[in-house]
Write a protein that binds this ligand. Structure first.
Ligand code: G4P
Length: 536
């Protein structure tokens, strides 16, 4: 069944539904336990739907692999960008942040669609490079972060030392809500710092079910745990003295982070994390449009596309656009307007995404993610809306790239198609396309957050534009913004290069931080600004 035009729902319904939503992503370095934690979270919850299940299509690459494991283990179908589940009265949307080989601009863009993030740390490793990059984006966007220190069942670092690392390396004040009893590797349970009680965990076989929990008052805990308890209490007092007590405002303004200790594989501390998300994590709020006016949550439907997944197999038109609902109600089949082109877009194919038992996603509210199949007309950053007034949200930012390559058409007779293809890929945000005076207009420089973006770009130029491309990787790894070109002459030599982005921003590329340091020393007059992930 299809309906044309906006669905009208009483605004009280929309506001109530939005208030139940908690939309977040897990930011972590590969191997910290993101998949394990996701599975553990789902164990506590009732999985109601998975946006973006595209069955039997070649396009579902690595992103899917972890979720496929879950699919096998739980007998549910998860090939998704977002997992939705009910927990108590809340509806939780967990957005996947592709990592490993799939790490790309998409990973960052997901963070434009969440209201909070869980920073997952391996207790033995603390802050790792990919976590830091993703945290940078959260910081820039002001996304509140809850920290979960994972793998406490294994020998690891000292809890106080891990907390110090947050302050020293990223200037984030830790506010532990629980404190481990027993050193890493001998995980007995946690001190609940909000009421001083001891939560003792007991193992279940392989963490296959929610862990057993027993609550003891401080006297009981001291009697049972002896020195381990006394030490936890002392350390907790130390934290209180150093500004480590919970402060909701500081969490919401993203200057401090509640910290929990746990073990995803044993399901220790996972319920606490869910409870915390439901209790404290921000609900969807009105999104600001290009005129800087907030779109009220109960205005007619609006959403923005934060990710487009295109199949690598040209035989299948399996392009899926993922959009986060910002206001109103989405109902499958409604006709919406793409604010970028002004053209109508029929959402009847959303049906294929949600299919089967996922009827709950026939309707979506602010905070939810909808997956639109065969959405070839939709690009990353597009706004969709229904009804009046029309709305357009700001496009998504581009992020600090770390990989660069020169692109040349392999077949010069296809130069026109090559140019058209490059324009298309740039507009979709598949790769960033930079211009280098040194190389000329016909030889663009591709820039990417992750190298897989190059593979996708090469494949699409070949398959869709019949313009095979030769990529020559460039040795640059460090990028800085060049606010003016006064001294560009000194930058156009070995070890660096000046390029220009489509928006006119000039960037200086360096082979490594040594090349940057040397230039700074020899030419202090050159102004270089950091290009933090997510700053523009
Ligand atoms: P990722 O998605 O962040 O990459 O991590 P993933 O969940 O795949 O976990 C990486 C490894 O860490 C897995 O071990 C997983 O079992 C283990 N792990 C996750 N959480 C915990 C925890 O709380 N405690 C301990 N001790 N280990 C944890 P693996 O050997 O790579 O795989 P597997 O054979 O155990 O599945």
């Amino acid at each position: 069944m299809t309906t044309a035009g906006p669905v009208t729902a009483p605004s009280a319904d929309v506001l109530r539904e939005a208030d139940r939503r908690r939309t977040f992503a897990v930011i972590s370095h590969p191997d910290a336990g993101k998949s394990t934690l996701t599975e553990a979270l789902a164990l506590h919850a009732r999985v109601i739907s998975e946006a973006g299940a595209v069955h039997g299509k070649a396009g579902r690459r690595g992103v899917v692999s972890d979720w496929m494991e879950m699919e096998k283990a739980r007998g549910i179908s998860i090939t998704s960008a977002a997992l939705q589940f009910a927990y108590g009265d809340a509806v939780v949307n967990l957005l996947d942040t592709p990592g490993h080989a799939d790490f790309s601009e998409d990973t960052y863009r997901v963070l434009s669609a969440v209201d909070s993030a869980v920073m997952l740390l391996d207790a033995a490793k603390g802050l790792e490079p990919q976590t830091l990059k993703l945290f940078d984006v959260c910081r820039h966007r002001g996304i509140p972060v809850i920290t979960f220190v994972n793998k406490w069942d294994r020998p690891g670092r000292d809890a106080l030392e891990l907390c110090d690392e947050l302050v020293e390396r990223i200037g984030l004040q830790p506010m532990p809500l629980t404190w481990p009893v027993g050193a890493a590797g001998d995980f007995r349970g946690v001190l609940d710092r909000r009421d001083g009680h001891f939560i003792r965990y007991s193992r279940t076989v392989g963490g296959a079910t929610a862990a057993g929990e027993q609550r003891l008052d401080p006297d009981g805990a001291r009697a049972e745990e002896g020195d381990g308890w006394t030490r936890a209490v002392e350390e907790s007092d130390l934290l209180a003295a150093s500004g480590g007590d919970f402060d909701l405002e500081r969490f919401l303004d993203a200057s401090a982070t509640p910290v929990l200790f746990g073990s995803a594989v044993l399901n220790f501390g996972v319920r606490h994390l869910l409870d915390l998300l439901v209790e404290l994590a921000p609900r969807p709020t009105p999104r600001v449009d290009v005129r800087t006016l907030p779109r009220p949550l109960d205005a007619p439907f609006s959403a923005f596309v934060f990710k487009v997944q295109t199949g690598m197999d040209p035989a299948h038109r399996d392009q899926v656009a993922f959009a986060r609902v910002c206001s109103g109600v989405f109902e499958r089949g409604m006709v919406v307007t793409n604010a970028t082109t002004g053209k109508p877009f029929a959402t009847k194919y959303a049906q294929q995404v949600f299919g089967q038992q996922r009827s709950t996603l026939d309707t979506a509210y602010p905070g939810d993610v909808i997956g639109l199949v065969n959405a070839t007309a939709l690009h990353v950053g597009d706004t969709l809306f229904a009804g009046r007034p029309p709305v357009r949200f700001p496009g998504l930012p581009s992020f600090a790239p770390a990989h660069f390559a020169v692109a040349r058409p392999a077949d010069l007779s296809r130069a026109k198609q090559f140019r058209r293809g490059i324009e298309q890929l740039a507009s979709e945000g598949v790769v960033q396309v930079l211009r280098s005076d040194r190389r000329g207009d016909g030889t663009p420089v591709f820039a990417a957050v992750g190298p897989m973006q190059f593979e996708v770009a090469t494949h699409r130029l070949d398959a869709e534009f019949k313009s095979p491309v030769r990529l020559e990787r460039l040795p640059y790894t460090v990028v800085r913004r060049l606010p003016d070109l006064d001294h560009r002459g000194v930058l156009d030599s070995r070890g660096h290069e000046v390029v220009t982005r489509a928006d006119g921003t000039h960037l200086a590329l360096f082979t490594d931080s040594t090349a940057l340091a040397v230039l700074r020393r020899l030419h202090p007059e050159v102004v270089l600004e950091p290009l933090v992930a997510g700053t523009d």
